[in-house]
Each structure stands twice: as structure tokens, then as C-alpha cells.
Design a protein around this ligand. Structure first.
Ligand code: NAI
Ligand code: BUO
Length: 257
């Protein structure tokens, strides 16, 4: 029996991943910020309804003691930690010249340090267990290409991509693989907020910014969380055992096609 932890699982991509891993037979710990308790508990209930064990935990991924607790509480509740999905992240839609140093730091604290903390705390636990593991992070198309008005966000996702490569090299000897998923445009609260903010900056109607970005998607539609969860299911399972250090695009053919 394998156990997984998914951060940022109260909604969006994280929730879809948690449910998919439960369908795959993993016991699943889900976590999110304390303010998301109601939504997170709904995710936990949906996982239990699939017939596996679930636990809902609260913590801020940018805070080291908090992440240490998330890992320890997962092991206490489910017996081990075999799959870590460092999914939690925040967006920031702003021209670089308008970003304050504090705003820069917050994005990197959640998207960069948050992934670093989840990766390293999970690896410590997996190394102690001695049974290997799968560590998976949320990157983005923004880890492969910079976008105007998302500059700081993009830089934080490039950080995830390089951390994933370094961690993969350092922990291979312990049987731990480290990979990241790189969605394009996923129809979640995060993209609703990006669309709203781009609309304000560019003086266009709500929905228009998303439509303009989506026009470049070869498959002709934006993504669902479930599209991304299918890739994470593969990265968490045995079929990806010979794959590590990769940041895999799942963008419907938006970049590089
Ligand atoms: N929606 C999209 O188009 C894309 C999203 N991504 C990435 O996928 C991940 C999930 O994105 P979505 O589901 O769209 O976002 P979302 O905003 O809908 O959900 C993110 C979840 O993370 C939680 N969270 C935020 N800060 C946190 C913190 N400090 N500690 C713990 N939890 C925290 C939120 O409360 C929320 O439940 C993010 O890392 C995002 O950058 C990547 C590419 C595209
Ligand atoms: C949210 C996100 O990663 C992009 C680039 O849309």
C-alpha cells in the first residue's frame, strides 16, 4: 500500500490530483492553508468515499516548521510517505516595474521555497524509510518560457524546474525519482484571477485574456485539472520508474509545437 501527500489540495489541480491518486489506490493526505478548511475537508471526504484512507492537514508550504509537521502528520496518520506532490502555488499578474521586493519575495516563498521544503522534507522521510519514493512538483509552461506580466511567477517556476533536476541527481541513489508537471492553461480559480488581472491591466473584458492565450493551443481547448492528474498518476506510479529530473509539458500543444 502506498501513501501520498498533495499540497494545495482544497481545490483546482491539487484536488484533481488527490482524487486521481486515491482512484489509483494510494492512501492520501491532503493539505492546504488553514483558511481552506471547509473545501479541504470536502476533498478528504471524496477521497474516503473512493475506499482508501485520507487525512486533511493544514499548513503553509512556505514555512519550514509547517512543512515538517505536514510530513510527520502524514506518516503518523497513514504509516509512511511514498509520494509527495508539491502542488501549492500562487500567481502574480503584474508588470515587472510594478512589483515590489516584498511581492517578489512572497511569490518565491510559496512557489520556490515551498517546493524546496516539500521536496527536502519528503526526501528525508523517504531516505529514512529506505524504500525509495516519488517526488513531484508543480512547474508550468512558465518554467519553459517567460511571459509578459507574469515575470516573477515565471521565474519562480523556472526555479522549480532546476530544483527538480538537481534533486533528481542527488536522490537517485536512494531510489527516489523527482519530476515536475508543466500545465498550460488550466481552468481553475488561479486562471480566473489571472484573467481578471490581465483584463484590468490591458482594459479588456473578463474572459478575453484567457481566450487570447488559449488561441495558441493546438488541441483547441484549455485544460482541466483531470488532464494534469493523469500525468501525475503516471509520475507517481511504477511505469515512470526510469524517469527522473523531467519537467513535463502537458499544455495541449501550446509551446514548442
Ligand atoms: N491553473 C493553471 O493554469 C496552472 C497552474 N499551475 C500550477 O499548478 C498549481 C495548482 O494551481 P491551481 O490549482 O490552478 O491553483 P488554485 O489557486 O486554484 O489552487 C491552489 C491551492 O493552493 C493553496 N495554497 C496557496 N498558497 C499556499 C500555501 N502557502 N501553502 C499551502 N497551500 C497554499 C490554495 O489555498 C489553493 O487551494 C500551482 O502551483 C500553479 O502554479 C501551473 C500551470 C498552469
Ligand atoms: C498559471 C500558469 O502557470 C500560466 C502560465 O498560465
Amino acid at each position: 500500500m502506498s501513501t501520498a501527500h498533495v499540497t494545495g489540495a482544497a481545490r483546482g489541480i491539487g484536488k484533481a490530483i488527490a482524487l486521481r491518486l486515491a482512484e489509483d489506490g494510494h492512501d492520501v493526505a491532503v493539505s492546504d492553508l488553514p483558511g481552506m478548511a471547509g473545501e479541504l475537508d470536502a476533498t478528504r471526504q471524496e477521497i474516503e468515499d473512493l475506499g482508501v484512507k485520507a487525512v486533511a492537514l493544514h499548513g503553509d508550504v512556505s514555512d519550514a516548521p509547517s512543512v515538517r509537521r505536514l510530513v510527520a502528520d502524514t506518516v503518523a496518520a497513514l504509516g509512511s510517505l511514498d509520494v509527495m506532490v508539491a502542488n501549492a502555488g500562487i500567481a502574480q499578474t503584474k508588470a515587472l516595474l510594478d512589483v515590489s521586493p516584498e511581492e517578489y519575495d512572497r511569490v518565491h516563498a510559496v512557489n520556490g521555497r515551498g517546493v524546496f521544503l516539500c521536496y527536502t522534507e519528503a526526501a528525508r522521510q523517504m531516505i529514512a524509510q529506505g524504500t525509495g519514493g516519488k517526488i513531484i512538483g508543480a512547474a508550468s509552461i512558465a518554467a519553459h518560457k517567460g511571459f509578459a506580466l507574469l515575470g516573477v511567477y515565471c521565474s519562480s517556476k523556472f526555479a522549480v524546474r532546476s530544483l527538480t533536476q538537481s534533486a533528481a541527481q542527488e536522490w537517485a541513489e536512494h531510489g527516489i525519482t523527482v519530476n515536475a508537471y508543466c500545465p498550460g492553461i488550466v481552468d481553475t480559480t488561479m486562471w480566473e484571477e489571472i484573467d481578471h488581472d490581465l483584463g484590468e491591466i490591458n482594459h479588456v473584458e473578463e474572459g478575453e485574456s484567457m481566450k487570447a492565450m488559449a488561441a495558441g493551443i493546438a488541441l483547441g481547448r484549455v485544460s482541466t485539472g483531470e488532464d494534469v492528474a493523469g500525468l501525475v498518476s503516471y509520475l507517481a506510479g511504477p511505469d515512470s520508474d526510469y524517469m527522473t529530473g523531467q519537467s513535463v509539458l502537458i499544455d495541449g500543444g501550446m509551446l514548442f509545437v
